[in-house]
Structure formats: C-alpha cells, structure tokens
Design a protein around this ligand. Structure first.
Ligand code: ADP
Ligand code: MG
Length: 594
C-alpha cells in the first residue's frame, strides 16, 4: 500500500490555524489593535462597517514595515518580536506567535499600506485567501493601515456561525475597550458605519476609564494599590452601590495585557462579600505588574489566559488590598452623601413585598383597585377553551358554551404557593402556573401589540429622570428610540444623557433605573435572542418589569394574572420559551395516589 501522509499546503494549514486565533470579527480587531500598539503607535484609529463582517480597518502612526517585512508578515510564524524560545519569558510585546496576520489573510481579503519613517515611498499589498494578488510602491503616511474585508468569505461555515450585527459589534466593543483601557497613553478612535463610538484622548488610567464608561464614572471609583516584592498592583474598584448585574466592568490586566481569571475574580468577589445585592457583580480595573518570568502567557492562542507562578499569594494580596480600600471608603461616610436613594428602592420592595406592594409593580389590568370585581373577559374564555384543546384532554373538553361558562364560573379558586406559583383548579384537575413567566408573557404581548397598534398609554413623570449614557449606549439608543416611543416612553437624548419625562402606564418610575440598565446591558443582549427589534424590546421590557418569583400576590392579583395570561395569544410558553404552567389531571392524581 502506498504512503498516505502528506504535508498540508500552507494556505490550508493557515486556514486551520486561523480557526484558533480568529473566531469572529472581534478577534481580528484585537490582533490589529495589538499590532499597532506593538508598533509603538501614539494614535490608533479603528473603522468598522457591517459589524466587522464587511470591513475592519486599523490605521496607526507606528514604525511601519519595509517592503520585505510586509511580505513576510503574512507568513506563518513570522514575527519581529521574539527570536528564540527563551524570549518567551521576557515578553513585553502583545504579539509574539507570528500567526495573526497569516491567519487573517487566509480567511479574508486584506489590503495593507505601510511606510517607515526612513523610507520615502510606502508599500501596498493585497492578499486574499493567503494569495498575494498585488504588491506595489505607493504613497502613504508613516505607519500602517490594514483593512480586512469580507471575513470568512471563503469559509462559509464559519461565516454562517457569526451572530447578529448587534452581538458581533458588542464583542468588538469589548475587545476595543480592553486594549484601550490597557493603553491610556495611546489615543484611540473608533468609528462604526461612519459614526463615532469612541474618541479617547491620551490620558491616565483613571481618566481613560472615565472616558470609556461615561464621565460621571470617575466618581464611582475607589482607588486600590499594593506593592509587594513579587507584584505591583494598582487600579480601581467600583463603589458597591454602583455594581452591575452584568460582568461588563471586570478587568484584570497583567503586564499590560487583558486577561481572564476566574480565580482572581473570586478574590475580588470575596473582598466585596456582604456589600452587594444578590446577582450583582463587583466592577474593577486592576493592573498587575509581575516579573515576566513568573508567568506563562503562552497557554492559550488568544493569550487571554495566563499561568502565574504564585497564584495563591496574588489571591490573598488582591483580596486584602480591596477589603482595605473598601473599609477606608466606608469608614468615611461623608463620601456617601451623594448616594441616590432611589437605587435602593427596588431592593426594599423585594424585601418587604406584602405591605408595600405597589399597584405599579404589576400590570395595570391586574391592579387590585381596577380588578376588585373578578371578571373573565370574552378572550379569556376563548383561551380557557384553547388551553384545554392545547393540552388535548378531549374527555374534559366542554361541550357547549354553557358548560364552558360553568367550568369557569366554578373555577376562580386560586392560591399562591411558595410565593412563586399560582395554583388554580380546572374541571379536569390542577394547574400550577409560574407567576413570573406568566407575567412576562402578559407584558410581552402588551408591549408587542403596543408597537404595532401604537396604543400604549403613557404617564407623565413628576420628576423627569436623567440617565447618563456611554458613547456606545447612545449609538444603541439611536436604534431603539422609535420603538421606545411607541411603547409609551417619552425620551429625548441630550448630549450624553437621556431625559425621560414619560413612561408606559404599566411601569413604575421606581423601575426606571433598572429598566434602562437592562435595555443597555450587554449581558441582556447576549441572553435575549430575537428576530426583530420590536420583539427584542418587548422581551427586554417584559423581563425587566415582570414580578419576580418571590413576591406575595393578593388573591385578586393572582386571579387577574391568571385571567390576563389566558387572554394571551400564546399561553403555553413565556417569551423565553419556557413552560408557563403544568397540569395535574384527575388521572395523574389518581395514579399517584394508587
Ligand atoms: P506577531 O504580532 O505575533 O508578531 P502578527 O502576525 O500579528 O504576529 O504580525 C507579524 C509581524 O508583522 C509582526 O511581528 C510585526 O513585525 C509586523 N506587523 C504587524 N502589524 C504591524 C503594524 N501595524 N505596524 C508595524 N509592523 C507590523
Ligand atoms: Mg500580532
């Protein structure tokens, strides 16, 4: 039999390697930005179109490349940053594996213009699918411009795996922020489809954080610092009362490199223990300097995970450093006077649900004052009917209008179980309803229909609310504005603020802060998949405004919720595709009791 092993051609090897380094447009952004930093640029510009699927371009004013170097830079294992394996332990550059450009060129169409200060003319080169298509002398300023077009154009399977533009853009913003936060001494700009998302001048760490997350952010930071023989640590934590439900403000940088470390994250969380509400995560920006010999960066192709020589020690230092700073901050309550009392309100409500239960917490049609007479609407009746048919219990299916009416009239018996479920009886047995999911369904359909019918009633706020936005939140607001208006919000953007004067009548002003946080939260975006923006908005609002699973409801509210649920178009699943209720029919009960 003939030999069967052959070496893969370079372009195939490159494409395979690309799978590790380049997962999505954001990976390209990261590699190009890091190359610009390594090239000692003081100004770096990022341009994106089509969420990076169409074009990603990075222009820097760094050292540029010679004509031979440009050509070489696209070969695999071609790097100017290390010469031997020993160098791996004294790395000060971002890159060193020499894989990024080769990988990108294997799966996209790449165009480079580059010039060194000492050269008169620039070099331009075009490569696609690892093939050099054109190289020529050209005119360009000192530095490098790399444009990456039609990512994965020749790997349709990978292209199909990309998420929606919104999600891909979110990833790009994340990578951009990580690089920008690591290098405050470099000026960065970021334009997406021609509009500016970030314009970050060269400043210090603290100002860079503020410029990235909104100028008021500076007041939310507490400095932390610790110098030991083995590590130098400095940075900031976010004051506990400004903690977020998302993890979007958690940054560790080791020797000027963003890293992920669940272990060190745990150290921070431990230091915050007792200071955060349930499900809230601490925010932090921690810069760690250690001897490059004491870490291994080369354990992961994207270099976001590293190995420390003495992780335990670092854990202890970080935890005590943060505890110390938080302690100092709390020992000086005068710093706390600016605290916004409304931030605490939702928490109080949850703690003390029965007597304080405001009618606005729930939707208007199950406001106890409006529903003192329990009425079952025509549409509710229909859905009781469809409920039965949906569950296919033919023997119990009511035979006539009278019988249906009878079955409902006899069934307004509801009670709440474990502050989470509403139990009600049907003619055939029991129905156990998840109250939160039911409410989400009701709210979701209300909001969705308000968008199509434009009939949402809005209530004016006595005290208009101001919400500060970051640049990318402003961009997102631009997209959502129209739907927010049809849903009953009266919102205007003023520079970097939202000015809110009206809200849908089924929402309370106390819920507003949380609601807008959810609308703009990247974590929510990841979780909520949608086929349209209206659907997305209705989902986010229903999730944010729904009663939670630990709220006592009065009998009237319970009944109203059940009625509202069965007036919905879909009564079986919540907007996030989870079952709303289960049934236990006579037969099952009898079987169980057998
Ligand atoms: P690595 O960064 O790991 O060395 P890359 O594939 O990212 O590998 O880049 C290969 C080489 O191309 C780099 O080592 C560098 O010499 C050169 N290079 C890449 N981008 C730039 C740039 N923006 N300016 C100057 N040189 C660059
Ligand atoms: Mg690189």
């Amino acid at each position: 039999m003939a030999d069967i092993i052959s070496l893969l051609p370079d372009h195939v090897a490159n494409q395979i390697a690309a799978g590790e380094v380049i997962q999505r447009p954001a990976s390209v952004v990261k590699e190009l930005l890091e190359n610009a930093i390594d090239a000692k640029a003081s100004v770096v510009q990022l341009f994106i179109s089509g969420a990076g699927k169409t074009t990603i371009q990075v222009i820097d004013n760094g050292i540029g490349m010679s004509p031979t170097d440009v050509r070489l830079s696209f070969e695999r294992h071609a790097t100017s940053k290390i010469k031997s394996a020993d160098d791996l332990f004294s790395i000060t550059s971002k890159g060193f594996r020499g894989e990024a450009l080769a990988s990108v060129a294997a799966i996209a169409q790449v165009e480079v213009h580059t010039k060194r200060a000492e050269d008169e003319m620039a070099t331009s080169i075009k490569i696609s699918g690892s093939k050099v298509e054109d190289q020529k002398v050209s005119v360009a300023p000192t530095g490098t411009s790399i444009a990456v077009k039609n990512l994965f154009y020749n790997v349709p399977a990978r292209r199909n795996f990309l998420k929606s533009d919104k999600v891909e853009l979110r990833h790009i913003i994340d990578e951009f922020q990580r690089v920008a936060l690591t290098h405050p001494e470099t000026k960065f700009t970021f334009l997406q489809n021609g509009s500016e998302l970030f314009n970050l001048p060269a400043v210090n760490f603290r100002k860079r954080i503020a410029n990235t997350f909104g100028n008021k952010f500076e007041e939310k930071l507490i400095p932390v610092e610790e110098m030991t023989t083995f590590a130098g640590i400095e940075g900031f934590v976010v004051k506990p009362e400004f903690a977020k439900k998302s993890r979007g403000q958690q940054f560790f940088f080791v020797n000027k490199r963003f890293i992920r470390s669940p272990f060190l994250n745990h150290a921070v969380t431990a230091a915050f223990q007792g200071l955060l509400r349930d499900q809230y995560h601490p925010g932090y920006f921690i810069y760690i300097q250690v001897d490059p010999k004491s870490i291994d960066i080369n354990i992961h192709p994207t270099k976001t995970e590293i190995k420390f020589e003495d992780e335990q020690n670092l854990y202890a230092i970080i935890k005590s450093m943060i505890k110390h700073s938080l302690g100092m901050f709390q020992a000086a309550p005068v710093l706390d006077f600016g605290r916004d009392p409304s931030l605490d309100t939702p928490y109080d409500l949850q703690q003390n649900p029965i007597s304080n239960m405001p009618s606005i917490e729930v939707n208007s049609s199950f406001n106890p004052f409006q529903n003192s007479e329990i009425a079952i609407s025509e549409s509710s009746k229909k859905n009781w009917e469809s409920l039965y048919s949906g569950l296919e219990i033919p023997t119990e299916y009511p035979n006539s209008e009278e019988e249906l009416k009878l079955s409902i009239d006899q069934a307004p018996k509801v009670f709440q179980l474990l502050r989470k479920f509403i139990v009600t009886s049907t003619r055939s047995g029991l129905l156990v309803i998840d109250q939160k999911r039911a409410h989400q369904r009701v709210l979701y359909e209300k909001f969705l229909s308000s968008i199509t019918k434009r009939d949402m009633v809005s209530q004016q706020l006595i005290f208009p609310e101001e919400i500060e936005l970051t640049q990318q939140q402003i961009a997102l607001f631009g997209e959502l504005e129209e739907n927010l208006n049809t849903m009953g919000f009266v919102v205007k953007q003023r520079e970097n603020h939202l000015h809110i004067t009206g809200i849908p009548s089924i929402c309370s002003d106390k819920q507003l802060g949380q609601l807008f946080e959810d609308i703009f939260s990247p974590a929510e975006h990841e979780k909520v998949t949608s086929f349209s923006q209206a659907d997305y908005m209705a989902k986010i609002l229903s999730k944010s405004l729904s009663i939670k699973g630990n709220l006592s409801l009065s009998v009237v509210e319970q009944q109203a919720l059940v009625d509202d649920l069965f007036a919905c178009k879909d009564t079986l699943t919540c907007p996030f595709n989870r079952k709303i209720f289960i049934t236990l029919d006579k037969e099952e009960l009898e079987n169980k009791l057998d």
